[in-house]
Ligand binder design. Structure first.
Ligand code: GLN
Length: 495
């Protein structure tokens, strides 16, 4: 029984739950037990809700007859530890926030609660979401369930690994430059970065505010549609939130791909750094769509070659500003007082310096330094302003491409999951992994990564689908069509 629960999609669990064939308690128990047994080797979680989750499941089961028909009520979920939760600590995988307990829930967490979902725990990540391997967590790395010597990707590595390890049926991640899609690709699961502003960021600890977005992760596109339905929508507490209606994301799911114009960027497919196995998978995916009646068109995104440079100026600039709030004065890690200093301003500056030195890890410090540099007088025009101009060009590339294509299909990542330690000492190598993902963040457009076969070494491969702003329904429709056409069945590695 427990294995069939663990190896189910959320739509399957939801149907069984509503048909009375399963209870929420059984589901939550199965996942909590799996976490207990497997997390010592995976370390996808930074904290778990344990008995509290079980208590909620019991309440759900008792009141079920009077419960609403909300499709995700009684279903458990894991939440990246960058979203504020009243119930569990919110650490952002940083020593700086190790003891931080949020007094309120993030907008997304409120919505999960309102939908009757049950939080299993908070997932591991790169510190403050800065990284692409989850090796930058101050509390220890996460392993890829497909190969324990490899990274699950990042920064939402915990949210992807917990799905592949069957520790949760769905999860919430965040994506500033690819952090939902890249780990989804590395772990063989699906993940969606919604349009900038589609999902509330109230209570999301800020990394780079003009890029950050919260999104759903799960086993199938159908599951992502269900979860996006819950979390999307306007929130007046987030000034960047889009005040437009949320469509019914499941309604168009089965519309197929006949007539859909699928854009392919040849340069991306031919790029040198792209693994042959990935190139082959993309080519096969293009064939699947073509045979099912989609129109394949060539499009170009000429400024992709500048996107890493642009992103790694804009993101650290915003990060340096956002992270200035960790002064140790109001909350966060505070170093022990230096008794030798007089109680004047030097003691205050000393407190800031030592607290920040102790509280932040090296990647976070690197970005703060980079960002303060690119924003400083004399360099602002040369770097930050220039990056903003290139960002506009990147957005224009997308606008142009979407004149002839409904969605753009390509690789999510240049390689499959790399080995732990392989790139951690070379930040530039780590940054290059983001080549295909950062464009959507810079342009503010939605993008989806779905599994598309395995490499010759047995590692998952992801394909990326991108669409114009607010066209999530088209993305989900295209992704679902692919999963239907290929009779996709989620897979879980044996652990
Ligand atoms: N890897 C990218 C970075 O390090 C993206 C991170 C993210 O999307 N949160 O900034």
């Amino acid at each position: 029984m427990s294995n069939s629960i663990l190896h189910s999609t959320v739509s399957q669990l939801s149907k069984q739950l509503r048909a009375g064939e399963l209870t929420s308690t059984q589901i939550v128990e199965a996942f909590l037990d799996r976490i207990k047994r497997s997390d010592p080797s995976i370390h996808a979680f930074l904290s778990t809700a344990g008995d509290r989750a079980l208590e909620k499941a019991k309440q759900f089961d008792q009141s079920r007859s009077t419960n609403s028909a909300a499709p995700l009520a009684g279903i458990p979920i894991a939440v990246k530890d960058v979203l504020c939760t009243e119930e569990l600590p919110t650490t952002c995988a940083s020593k700086m926030l190790e003891k931080f307990q949020s007094p309120y829930n993030a907008g997304v967490v409120e919505k999960l609660n309102q939908a009757g979902m049950i939080m299993l725990g908070k997932t591991n990540m790169d510190e403050f979401a800065m990284g692409g391997s989850t090796e930058n967590s101050a509390f220890g790395l996460t392993r890829n369930p497909w190969d324990l010597n490899r990274t699950p990707g990042g920064s939402s590595g915990g949210s992807a690994a917990c799905l592949a390890a069957a520790q949760a049926p769905m999860s919430i991640g965040t994506d500033t430059g690819g952090s939902i899609r890249q780990p989804a690709a590395f772990c063989g699961v699906s993940g969606l970065k919604p349009t900038y502003g589609r999902v509330s960021r109230y209570g999301l600890v800020a990394f780079a505010s003009s890029l950050d977005q919260v999104g759903p992760m799960g086993h199938t596109v159908e599951d992502l549609a269900l979860l996006l339905q819950v979390i999307a929508g306007h929130d007046h507490r987030d000034s960047t939130s889009i005040p437009s209606d949320v469509p019914d994301y499941s309604a168009e799911l089965n519309a197929g791909c006949k007539g859909l114009r699928i854009g392919v960027v040849r340069d991306h497919l031919e790029s040198e750094g792209l693994d042959d196995d990935i190139r082959k998978s993309i080519t096969q995916a293009i064939d699947v769509y073509r045979q099912a009646g989609a129109t394949i068109v060539d499009v170009t995104l000429p400024n992709t070659k500048h996107s890493i440079a642009t992103y790694y100026i804009i993101a650290p600039s915003e990060a340096s500003s956002n992270l200035s709030r960790y002064s140790a004065a109001h909350y966060g890690h505070r170093a022990n007082p230096n008794k030798n200093l007089a109680k004047d301003t030097s003691a205050l500056i000393d407190m800031y310096c030592r607290s920040r030195s102790e509280g932040f890890g090296s990647e976070v410090k690197r970005r703060i330094m980079l960002g303060t540099y690119t924003l400083s007088a004399g360099y602002y025009d040369a770097y930050y302003l220039k990056a903003l101009k290139v960002r506009r060009l990147i957005r224009q590339d997308y606008d142009k491409a979407f004149e002839t294509a409904d969605v753009i299909l390509g690789p999510t990542t240049p390689t499959t999951a790399f080995k732990l330690g392989e790139k951690s000492s070379d930040p530039v190598q780590m940054y290059l992994v983001d080549l295909f993902t950062v464009g959507a963040n810079l342009a503010g457009t939605p993008a989806l990564s779905i599994p598309c076969g395995k490499s010759s070494g047995g590692l998952p491969i992801g394909i990326q689908l991108q669409a114009p702003p607010l066209a999530e329904a088209t993305l989900l429709r295209a992704g679902h069509a692919y999963q239907q056409l290929t009779q996709y069945q989620p897979e879980w590695p044996t652990l």
